[in-house]
Each structure stands twice: as C-alpha cells, then as structure tokens.
Design a protein around this ligand. Structure first.
Ligand code: IPE
Ligand code: IPE
Ligand code: MG
Length: 216
C-alpha cells in the first residue's frame, strides 16, 4: 500500500463545460469527489493523502472562479471537520496563508487543532501552494535531505493526476523524487473509490528500484 498518495485534481472545468454548466458547478462536483476520496483513502489504509486544491498560479483565474473555489474550501472547513475528527482524519493545510481571504485563517487553524489527534489518515490540502516556493522557504533553514523532508513532508509514493494532463504544475517537486506516476483521463468530478483502487493496483504492480538493480 502506498503510504503517501498525492493527487492533482484536474478537469473540473472540462466536466462542467461538457455539460454546458458554469465552471463553478464542476468545482462543486469536485468537492464531492474529495469527500469520496478521503473516505476511500481512510478505508484502504493510505497513511497520508495530499490533495492539490488551489495552486499559487490559480490566482490568474477570473475573480469569480477564485471566489467560488475559496467558498468551497470554506465550506469544507466548516462542514467536514467534525466527521474528520470522528473518523481519525488529521487535516493540515499547506501553502501560503497571507493571500487567502482573512476569514479562512481562523477556520484553518481551528480545523487543524480540532483534528490534530487523528492518526488514521493525514489529509493535507494544498491551497495557494507552489512547490518551488515551499522548497525556497524550507531551504532557508534546512541544510540536509532529512531537514528538507521534515520541513516539506514525506516523500510521495504515488502521484495521481486526472483529466489526461501529464505534468506536475509546481506540485511536490522535491517529494516526488521517486514517486510512481499514474495518469488517468478521468475528470476529477468523476473520480471515485474504484479510481483510487485502480491507481493503487497499478502502483502495486510496479517495481521500485530507487536506482539499485532489480531484486533477484
Ligand atoms: C481542477 O480543475 C481544479 C483547480 C485547478 C482548482 P480545473 O479547473 O483546472 O479544470 P480544467 O483543467 O479547466 O478542466
Ligand atoms: C493544477 O491544475 C492545480 C490544481 C489542480 C489545483 P491546473 O489546471 O491549474 O494546471 P495547468 O494549468 O493545467 O498546468
Ligand atoms: Mg486544469
């Protein structure tokens, strides 16, 4: 079982456009897919799940879309936290906080402290996140690989990206040094437990060598 699964949740806009709906409708469905995926990750025994919810480059999107995304994030923090706590899900938010809507900060802090004792799944939501910026910030103090890992988080075992794109878009660049990549054409709002299981099965069929020769 991969200990750390990271997902680039992509394709919400295309899901909506294909249905002649506004992009925000795709993001709403995307939030449902987050709920399904967190539940499945918990049940399957994934240790850490890091979800790319909003990149630092996503500020370039139209203001209305950014507002809709922040609203969904706010709603998640309010509505899902009690269930996270009950289910043993520890929530952390990674990324910059100084550019987020001010009212989100106490919600994030309270969500993190409410769920701090959770030890079934560590759910990390990347919001206003740029891996290059995270590496630069960590490197101010970290001087060794171990210190970088302590500052950034664990290495990624399995990286999933939906919606057919095959790029990292400034996500977990350091942590993905030896990640296995799984790309699927499925759009994020359609992602479900079976999709996660299929990616994990794919991962389990890979041989990870970390630069060594194949096991005899
Ligand atoms: C992913 O879906 C959600 C975010 C980036 C916040 P997109 O909104 O990127 O969907 P597409 O790529 O336009 O279909
Ligand atoms: C990456 O997706 C960011 C998130 C999924 C939050 P984008 O849709 O923004 O990335 P590009 O523009 O296709 O690289
Ligand atoms: Mg996209």
């Amino acid at each position: 079982m991969p200990r750390h699964v990271a997902i680039i949740m992509d394709g919400n806009g295309r899901w909506a456009t294909a249905r002649s709906l506004p992009r925000a409708a795709g993001h709403r469905q995307g939030a449902q897919a987050v709920r399904r995926t967190v539940t499945a990750a918990c049940e399957l025994g994934v240790g850490t799940l890091t979800l790319y919810a909003f990149s630092s480059d996503n500020w370039k999107r139209p203001r209305a879309e950014v507002t809709a995304l922040m609203m969904l994030f706010r709603r998640y923090l309010v509505q899902e936290i009690e269930e996270c706590r009950r289910e043993g899900v520890r929530l952390s938010v990674i990324g910059r906080r100084d550019r987020l809507p001010a009212d989100l900060i106490p919600l994030i802090e309270s969500a993190e402290s409410t769920t701090m004792a959770g030890n079934r799944l560590h759910l990390r939501l990347a919001v206003d996140y740029s891996s290059r910026d995270a590496i630069l910030a960590a490197a101010v103090h970290a001087r060794t690989r171990e210190e970088m890992t302590a500052a950034l988080g664990p290495d990624v075992d399995l990286l999933i990206r939906t919606a057919g794109e095959q790029r990292l878009s400034d996500y977990l660049l350091w942590e993905c040094a030896y990640a296995e990549f799984c790309f699927t054409d499925q759009l994020w709002p359609d992602f479900n437990r079976g999709s996660l299981e299929a990616a994990i099965a794919d991962f389990q069929g890979r041989e990870r060598r970390f630069g060594a020769v194949p096991a005899a």
